[in-house]
Design a protein around this ligand. Structure first.
Ligand code: NDP
Ligand code: GDR
Length: 357
């Protein structure tokens, strides 16, 4: 009889956590996720895969916990006994990290250390190997040192968030080298989807496009339009996380498309997709600027392509189209043409416009 593979995910309620859960369930895993207690439900992205734990054959379970609470992490580890852990939990907004640096660093940096320590003790006590994935970020490259950025490119983090991710990255390597842990760093460049948080620039734009078409919004206020990012599709990127943990050796990998585009180009495409001119709707607001900006990111994922056999499946143009389509659909409007209709399989929630950044 084959043993059920059990995975534990921190950040399961986020964009990546939800896609990774779907992917692992499809692969036959039992999926356990850590969620934070909130006064209103925050499980929109995973509601469609969650099942009543009283039912027979259920393979997805949620546990209350927090990366700032080491005792609970240890307890969950003992209870779940996972063979793979994906550490996706974090205060993941770069601009917000300037407002809440201590909390960001606690959850992103110290949170990773707490989890690594818990795994080290668990492995030592039980002799069971746990494979660990750390959600590293292209933000760690920060100020441009080399183009394109690859695994060997030096880091120059430019925000509390990025500094904390660099700390988590090096701790992950240290636990691998010091204790022989199977611990991998994914250095993932920006990846987006209809489930992207509404305050990240791509989703802020596609949501605004839909709301402007639907007459619910007149303008969109933005910061630096010159920033360039290497944007991919989140569903492709969670597959890479899993592939890293299936190798015979733990290692670090850049995951990226290898193309870079400015925020302005994203605006042009997204508004152009519904036959609007972005310049008629976009206003500047300096509150969306960052104290220090990351101007240019473009990744070289040759190592992942060669060793993991990973390739992205969605182009920049397709990504913009599928995100606009999903946001139109979410407010009851249809796509402007047939393009991308087949990829509208996502939930996209429209919330009150009380968010900033
Ligand atoms: P999201 O912001 O969508 O999700 C973050 C998740 O972390 C949520 O489930 C959130 O819970 C949870 N979380 C926040 N604080 C804590 C905490 N203190 N303890 C436990 N969980 C917490 O991020 P993404 O899904 O986009 O990203 C996943 C990971 O990958 C993050 O670590 C991010 O920094 C990193 N990353 C993301 C990239 C991207 O382009 N998306 C690129 C590179 C790295 P809640 O729902 O309760 O807020
Ligand atoms: P980023 O993503 O900081 O790259 O971090 P974000 O979408 O927030 O910003 C991308 C670029 O767009 C510029 N920008 C704006 N950004 C936001 N959010 N709102 C605006 O109005 C706006 N106007 C211009 C920004 O200045 C920036 O240059 C994301 C997160 O998911 C991180 O967790 C992850 O690690 C990295 O991607 C890789």
């Amino acid at each position: 009889m084959t043993q059920t593979k059990r995975a534990l995910i921190t950040g399961i309620t986020g964009q990546d956590g939800s896609y990774l859960s779907e992917f692992l369930l499809e692969q036959g895993y039992e999926v356990h996720g850590i969620i934070r207690r909130t006064s209103t439900f925050n499980t929109d992205r995973i509601d469609h895969i969650y099942e009543d734990p009283h039912k027979e054959g259920v393979r997805m379970f949620l546990h209350y916990g927090d990366l700032t609470d080491g005792t609970t992490l240890r307890r969950i580890l003992e209870e779940v006994k996972p063979i793979e852990i994906y550490n996706l939990g974090s205060q993941s907004h770069v601009r917000v990290s300037f407002d809440s640096p201590e909390y960001t660093v606690d959850s992103v940096g110290m949170g990773t250390l707490r989890l690594l320590e818990a795994i080290r003790d668990y492995q030592h006590r039980t002799g069971i190997e746990v494979r660990f994935y750390q959600a590293g970020s292209s933000e760690m490259y920060g100020l441009v040192q080399e183009i394109p950025q690859k695994e060997s490119t030096p880091f120059y983090p430019r925000s509390p968030y990025a500094c904390a991710k660099v700390y988590a990255h090096w701790q992950t390597i240290n636990y691998r080298e010091s204790y022989g842990m199977f611990a991998c760093n994914g250095i993932l460049f920006n990846h987006e989807s209809p489930r992207r948080g509404e305050t990240f620039v791509t989703r802020k734009i596609t949501r605004a496009v839909a709301r402007i078409v639907g007459g619910k919004q007149k303008k969109i206020y933005m910061g630096n339009l010159d920033a360039k990012r290497d944007w991919g599709y989140a569903k492709d990127y969670v597959r890479a996380m899993w592939l890293m943990l299936q190798q015979s050796q733990a290692d670090d990998y850049v995951i990226s498309t290898g193309e870079t585009h400015s925020v302005r180009e994203f605006l042009e495409l997204a508004f152009g997709y519904v036959n609007l001119n972005w310049q008629d709707y976009v206003e500047f607001d300096d509150r969306y600027l960052r104290p220090a900006e990351v101007e240019l990111l473009i990744g070289d994922s040759t190592k992942a392509r060669q060793k993991l056999g990973w390739t992205p499946s969605v182009t920049f143009e397709q990504l913009v189209a599928l995100m606009v389509d999903a946001d139109l659909k979410a407010i009851g409007l249809s796509a402007p043409n047939g393009n991308g209709a087949s990829v509208i399989h996502d939930i996209a929630t429209i919330r009150q416009d009380m968010v900033s950044y």
